[in-house]
Design a protein around this ligand. Structure first.
Ligand SMILES: Cc1cc2nc3c(=O)[nH]c(=O)nc-3n(C[C@H](O)[C@H](O)[C@H](O)COP(=O)(O)O)c2cc1C
Length: 163
């Protein structure tokens, strides 16, 4: 087990690709959050995200980060809100003594709502006993598409965490 872990949710691959790039740079384990049930369609997923719903991820990702001192959480923005699966993960996260970095991925090149979503996650991390050490917002791709790796690498090179 490595000292650092990246916990992420991704439906169309952009957040997964960003997580892999970060993992390679900071030498971290990758932990993917999965939906327990078959995925809902775009409109229902967006509506539920806008209602701040929480979806409990499958398996035991909480146990998987027990031994990591630094964790990075990444999720796509849905309907201008945090992702329901990341919300569900944070419900049961025990982050005492952990240093936490956050990132969001979204279609909008202007990164609208990313400040609000990152502030919401920061508050939840603090509530779970963690210390937020940094946050970053990325542009991924339009719904259903996956971002180009080169574009993600270029954007991520601007994050202190990777320098
Ligand atoms: C249900 C749903 C709602 C979305 N809402 C937004 C949004 O409000 N703003 C935005 O910029 N992108 C939005 N997107 C686009 C995703 O954030 C974008 O495609 C991102 O790259 C997806 O990451 P992923 O490939 O890791 O799943 C939405 C995508 C889905 C599926």
């Amino acid at each position: 087990m490595k000292e650092k872990a990246i916990v992420f949710f991704s439906r169309n691959g952009s957040t997964r690709l960003a997580a892999k790039i970060i993992a390679e740079k900071i030498d971290a384990d990758l932990i993917e959050l999965k939906e327990q049930k078959a995925k809902l369609g775009f409109l229902v997923s967006g509506f539920r995200a806008s209602m701040k719903k929480h979806v409990t991820p499958a398996g035991d990702p909480w146990g998987q980060i027990r031994g990591h001192s630094t964790v990075v959480f990444g999720a796509p923005i849905w309907a201008g809100s945090g992702n329901p699966v990341m919300n569900g993960f944070l419900d049961k996260a025990e982050l005492s003594g952990k240093k936490v970095y956050l990132f969001t991925v979204q279609a909008d090149p202007g990164k609208g709502k990313s400040d609000e979503v990152l502030a919401y996650y920061s508050q939840r991390v603090k509530g779970a006993g963690g210390t937020v050490a940094g946050a970053f917002s990325l542009t991924g791709a339009s719904p259903g598409k996956t971002a180009e790796e080169a574009a993600l690498r270029e954007s991520l090179s601007g994050w202190d965490l990777l320098k």
